[in-house]
Design a protein around this ligand. Structure first.
Ligand code: ATP
Ligand code: MG
Length: 159
């Protein structure tokens, strides 16, 4: 039930000065940050992270986007964290992401618009799509000694 999931603040989120704003949305839900670092992704690592997208039409633009500046990688822990974090993040297409989600509050572009521009959709944030993906992504991005175990005060009140 207690799960870990990977979140990335993508280069657009970092460059827009939204690192703190976006991370605080997880903290205020009572989720625990157990790993955190800034990383410059290179093309090889992009291919590892997005291995299931390599053959897709948008991959070239996606690699260009994710390597265009540093990302902030975060491991988040909590009850059913994979599903809860995806809900906080919102739909892939910011156009359809509900208001109140990160993509719905800070962006509005459509995938059609990005495709027309031959660019990846700049949607601020990545979150692991399911439990299997979360396990793979946490171990791809973080070594065991970069993951921390501690108690947050929320555990007394919400867990
Ligand atoms: P993420 O994996 O980044 O959390 P997601 O799971 O919502 O996003 P995926 O289908 O895994 O969406 O796509 C990965 C990323 O590739 C998207 O977040 C977006 O930046 C980009 N992307 C996906 N589909 C398209 C598309 N049709 N056109 C342009 N960019 C796209
Ligand atoms: Mg995905």
């Amino acid at each position: 039930m207690i799960e870990q999931t990977l979140v990335l603040i993508k280069p657009d989120g970092v460059k827009r000065g939204l690192i703190g704003e976006l991370i605080s949305r997880f903290e205020r839900r009572g989720l625990k940050i157990v790993g955190l670092k800034m990383v410059q992704v290179d093309p090889d690592f992009s291919k590892k992270h997005y291995s299931n997208h390599i053959k897709k039409d948008f991959y070239k633009g996606l690699e260009k986007f994710i390597t265009s500046g540093p990302v902030v990688a975060v491991v988040i822990e909590g009850i059913d964290a994979v599903e809860v974090v995806r809900k906080i993040v919102g739909d892939t297409s910011p156009k359809f992401a509900p208001v109140g989600t990160i993509r719905g509050d800070f962006a509005h572009i459509s995938l059609e618009y990005s495709d027309k521009k031959k660019k990846a959709a700049e949607n601020l944030i990545h979150a692991s799509g399911n439990k299997k993906e979360a396990k793979q992504e946490v171990s791809l991005w973080f070594s065991l000694d970069e993951l921390h175990s501690y108690k947050i005060s929320y555990e007394e009140h919400v867990m």
